[in-house]
Design a protein around this ligand. Sequence first.
Ligand code: 5GP
Length: 114
Amino acid sequence: MSTIFSKIINKEIPADIVYESDTVLAFNDIRPQAPVHVLIIPKIEIPKVTDIKGSEHAALLGEMIDAANKIARDLSIADDGFRLVFNCGDNGGQEVYHLHLHLLAGRKMNWPPG
Ligand code: 5GP
């Protein structure tokens, strides 16, 4: 089932896009949890981590990590460090069922997470 992120991919609703390729889109989170909070998503609809198939999606996941590293370098946060998070399912705190990688930076992250 399509989510609000499909509308962002299709440019039906606006988003503050920071990176785009043929396969991946990244935009600022509407409710940032850190000074830098970017969502990196595949353009195809994969609802959640448990729908990932390594044999099928390995390259796509690699592109998402490449995008995260490029964004981190562009924003000059690569050296200080950052956190990448996939929330999966209800207990994981997932709200939007279109796979997304959170890139959080700009402050010291807590561990364990809440
Ligand atoms: P989740 O909890 O599913 O891992 O994260 C979903 C994220 O999407 C949340 O951090 C939320 O703030 C963000 N989000 C939800 N709707 C929108 C939207 O319409 N635009 C943007 N830019 N972010 C959104």
